[in-house]
Design a protein around this ligand. Structure first.
Ligand code: HEM
Length: 193
């Protein structure tokens, strides 16, 4: 008996709340707003994160070849595909994913499509329009150490494309290389015979 009185009380309480909501326009409005917000929160927490992430830019096909200084120039990010190459210490890296640094208008745009070795060694980011191969032979030991340290960073962050060709040097044919990422042949010192 006591139980049925309790359940009647419950029903009466719920009916009172329902009536309060339905017959009071302000309450009705608040319930609608809360429901919409709750729905939005629920939807955000249940949707996979990737669907909300910024659109991923299409990645360019991997480039694997050597470059002469003059050939490198066109890869400064101004051409339609936006690819950016930078040479450091005789190796060419694809730095397209760092276009906010090396792309047009970026703080290091002067390195895009160029051999950045001398600039990195001397802490200079001014544009160098020299079309000649720079053998860096006048750099001192500290400057060369700096170039090598920078190169390690490039190696970690970016994909190796090939070598920067010295005048008269023939490009390597990489076509028979497997697709397992860069084999670091170009950084190996030639064996002494
Ligand atoms: C006041 C001077 C400078 C400031 C405040 C500065 C600041 C920065 C900052 C904030 C980054 C970004 C790090 C990151 O997000 O990963 C960076 C990266 C870099 N800076 Fe500087 N920088 C300065 C001078 C220079 C100079 C003189 C050089 C050239 C030798 C240089 C070359 C670079 C390079 C190559 C990167 C790496 C970009 C990459 O990740 O590929 N910076 N710098």
């Amino acid at each position: 008996m006591a139980e049925s009185v309790e359940s009647e009380n419950d029903v009466g309480f719920l009916t009172a709340i329902f009536n309060e909501i339905v017959y009071n326009p302000l309450n009705l409005f608040l319930v609608v707003v809360i429901s919409i917000l709750a729905y939005k929160i629920f939807r955000n927490t249940t949707q996979p994160k990737t669907a909300q992430a910024a659109p991923v830019e299409p990645t360019l096909p991997r480039l694997r070849r050597d470059f002469a200084v003059q050939e490198l120039k066109q890869y400064d990010g101004n051409q339609p595909d936006g690819r950016i190459l930078v040479a450091v210490n005789g190796n060419v890296y694809d730095v397209t994913k760092g276009k906010r640094f090396y792309g047009p208008g970026g703080p290091y745009a002067a390195f895009g499509g160029r051999d950045a070795s001398r600039g990195l060694a001397t802490f200079s980011v001014t544009s160098n329009d020299n079309n000649e191969y720079d053998d860096l032979s006048d750099l001192n030991t500290m400057e060369m150490d700096s170039v090598r340290e920078w190169e390690m960073q490039f190696k970690e962050r970016y994909i190796l494309v090939g070598k920067l060709l010295k005048p008269g040097e023939q490009p390597t044919n990489y076509s028979d290389e497997d697709d397992e990422g860069p084999s670091d042949k170009s950084t190996e010192k030639p064996k002494e015979e």
